[in-house]
Design a protein around this ligand. Structure first.
Ligand code: GLC
Length: 723
């Protein structure tokens, strides 16, 4: 079975096979294929733990013909046995023996497999601005995920990080639509094209279509009001690019957009996603989201009506999770003639075609020996490299890098000696497993620093709390004999609505701890372990160094140690705006009538070396028509003493637009390696339609003649489009 994603011949073959099988199926069997049930409904203890309930599993597969399951947690061995047993039942105890599609949220590596490699979360990774890094990370995740028999990964999140309050901000690739598009497509292409001989093929899942991140309140699953022009310019690109990259499945947005629950919006799920963007894959609901049309959005009288609305809107599979009511209601709706069997056939054909395309009919089982591919030291090393390339040095008053042999460090903070805080949520449990369940052979920050420093040069103290006089006394005493105080501040991991907040400011307890450290008179370095940019103005003003870390994953502690001691030169840049005020969080692509008032702007990031941009040239000062491309070139020099990697960001400003234009928008990014003193000439090609047009409210590209500017660091050049 070839590993590359299906070519046209294979696609037709899968379609023909799906057609033939469809003709043999009863209505019950068809509706069962459109149903996805959570593991917790079929396990012995009713949780994600991988122990099958022999009756529950047969009730789902044999009685209800369920064709897909999701969400478990456990060891690789347990996963392999659990899925193999399920497939056995589907293949040998049902009339047609249709294999199962098993799904999981491996959103930052194989994060529900005990031995898996847990990478930094995507907001951190996006600060690397490195598509090749994302491709290799996706490949490792694919190898580890498929090794236990899971063929469907509900990743990547393609939502753009619009509202910094949003509790899923850390799951996004940041605030820029083009960065989200490029990194999302890189992930999908790599994930879906990775497999080894005899292993199954894999599908990613673009989520959550569409507008999920643009909630007015910043709270999860609350209303978004998005004008269609803004939807096309800032929300559609990552999904459009994912479809071009061949994404085989999509998941709908649980929220509501412009007054309509997305799960019941035919305009969005069929009109936009399928007809306008030509998505032909499987569209799955988010969890229990047909029920949520009633329970959360009050968008239908009852679940049967919600089922009618959602199927008519265009969903193919219901992530019903712990209820078989979807099956009951959908069958009634067909019997009542409210939904035609042709409509059912449309979805079932897509699902069967996907299963054929993934090779599940040829082989639904993972290979025993593939377990050794999980959590290897090479994978761990690469997870460290990803974190090293992603951490952003925001401020450095000459105190970094430190010397582990000369300087003495005192470390404290909520993440200082915690694996859970480094891995973040969606790690073995929804909100991140407790410490004892976290990987045994994973160093905490305390351990990673201790192993690098001279004896007696490092001390860790548990987080002192206000009123804890003994610990405060011990902290102050230890500080006296230390040269530097290192703090981990930010926010503890959370998932979805559990992370809703009413105040973006960092928790007072973290400010108190910072002020305690500052009162010692010693320099203070702050590591921000957080899922979104919590407000830290005073901390920023008074600290001596500040790094945005996010949730850096299983090798994050070693990555931080390498950066703090200068073995790695930090190269991350903010893929989002770090706001200074909760009430004024404009993105960098704001309009001319707005002001940009960040604490740290999009694209900010310091290095232990310095760079110089020079000699910005355009191949023409005028572009004639929409077919002539224009080359942009400039020199980049490492003017410091250390090797480094510079994220190059090329912006374009459209000076005047019928629809007002952002003061600048990112057009290209690239990460460049430079030795001390080395100069490289970089060239980028401007294509008028691709790089100078923008969508109107119907998604049609508008290209207007007039003046544009190319902006590269502190250089800019103006040119004219004659069109
Ligand atoms: C969750 C999330 C979605 C996830 C799904 C399955 O509610 O919204 O991102 O893939 O359910 O766990």
């Amino acid at each position: 079975m070839s590993c590359s994603s299906s070519n046209m011949h294979e696609k037709d073959d899968a379609m023909n096979k799906a057609d033939s099988l469809l003709n043999l199926m009863t209505l019950d069997e068809k509706i069962g294929q459109m149903t996805q049930i959570c593991f917790s409904t079929i396990t012995l203890d009713g949780t994600k733990n991988l122990e099958l309930h022999p009756d529950s599993i047969r009730k789902a597969i044999v009685h209800y013909n369920v064709g897909s399951f999701l969400s478990g947690t456990g060891s690789a061995r347990n996963w392999l046995d659990f899925i193999s047993e399920m497939q056995q039942i589907a293949l040998h105890e049902t009339r047609l023996g249709i294999p199962l599609l098993i799904g999981v949220d491996h959103i930052h590596g194989a994060n529900y497999i005990d031995e898996g490699t847990f990478f930094p979360h995507h907001l951190t990774i996006s600060c690397s601005f490195d598509t090749s890094l994302v491709k290799q990370y996706a490949r490792i995740t694919a190898i580890e995920t498929s090794s236990v028999g899971i063929s469907w990964n509900f990743a990547p999140v393609l939502d753009v990080g619009i509202n910094p309050y949003w509790p899923r901000y850390y799951e996004t690739f940041g605030e820029d639509p083009m960065v989200c598009s490029m990194l999302g497509a890189a992930y999908i292409e790599s994930y879906q094209n990775t497999c080894r001989d005899n292993s199954m093929k894999l599908t990613a899942c673009g989520k959550h279509f569409i507008g999920y991140s643009d909630t007015k309140s910043g709270w999860d699953r609350t209303p978004a009001e998005i004008p269609w022009q803004k939807l096309y310019e800032f929300h559609v690109p990552p999904f459009e690019n994912a479809i071009k990259a061949g994404v085989k499945t999509m998941m709908a947005n649980s929220g509501e957009v412009n007054g309509q629950p997305v799960h019941s919006s035919r305009e969005l799920l069929t009109g936009l996603l399928q007809n306008k963007l030509n998505f032909e894959g499987v569209l799955v609901t988010d969890i229990k989201d047909i029920q949520k049309i009633v329970e959360i959005h009050a968008g239908a009288q009852n679940e049967k009506e919600a089922t009618l609305l959602s199927v008519n809107a265009g969903i193919d599979m219901s992530m019903a999770c712990n209820s078989f009511d979807f099956i009951k209601y959908l069958k009634e709706l067909v019997k009542e003639g409210k939904i035609s069997e042709e409509r059912i056939n449309l979805s079932v054909k897509k699902i069967l075609r996907l299963k054929y395309d993934l090779g599940l009919f040829e082989n639904a089982y993972a290979e025993e020996q593939s377990l050794e591919m999980i959590g290897t030291s090479e994978h761990r090393k690469f997870a460290r490299k990803v974190a090293e390339e992603s951490v952003v040095l925001l401020k450095n008053e000459g105190i970094l890098p430190m010397d582990p042999y000369r300087q003495k460090i005192l470390l404290t903070g909520f993440a200082a000696h915690s694996k859970k805080m480094m891995n973040g949520a969606w790690t073995l449990e929804w909100e991140g497993a407790e410490e004892k369940r976290q990987p045994g052979n994973m160093p905490t920050l305390t351990e990673a620093l201790e192993e690098k420093m001279a004896d007696g040069h490092f001390h860790y103290i548990p987080v002192p709390e206000p009123g804890d006089e003994a610990l405060i006394k011990s902290f102050n005493a230890r500080a006296k004999s230390s040269d530097v105080i290192l703090l981990t501040l930010g926010e503890k991991p959370y998932s979805e609505f559990k992370g809703n907040i009413t105040n973006l400011k960092i928790d007072p307890q973290h400010e108190w701890l910072f002020n305690l450290a500052k009162s010692t008179g010693k320099p203070v370095i702050v590591l921000l372990i957080e899922g979104r940019p919590r407000l830290i103005n005073d901390i920023n003003r008074n600290c001596d160094a500040l790094l945005f870390v996010g949730y850096p994953g299983i090798s994050g502690a070693r990555a931080l140690a390498n950066i703090l001691f200068g073995e790695v030169n930090p190269s991350g840049k903010l893929s989002f705006t770090y706001p200074a005020s909760a009430n004024h969080c404009t993105p960098y692509y704001r309009k001319h009538s707005e002001k940009y008032t960040p604490l740290y702007p999009f694209g900010h990031g310091l290095s232990y070396t310095s760079y110089k941009y020079s000699n910005l040239k355009l191949s023409d000062s005028i572009i004639h028509g929409d077919k002539q491309n224009m080359a942009v070139s400039f020199n980049l020099t490492n003017t410091g003493e250390k090797p480094g990697k510079e994220v190059v960001l090329i912006y374009i400003q459209d000076e005047v637009g019928k629809i007002t234009r952002p003061v600048r928008k990112l057009a290209f990014f690239r990460k460049v390696d430079l030795q001390p003193g080395e100069t490289k000439e970089l060239t980028f090609m401007i294509e008028p339609v691709k790089n100078l047009s923008y969508p109107d409210e119907s998604g049609n590209k508008i290209l207007e003649g007039g003046y544009f500017r190319i902006i590269v660091n502190d250089l800019e050049r103006r040119f004219y489009l004659d069109y």
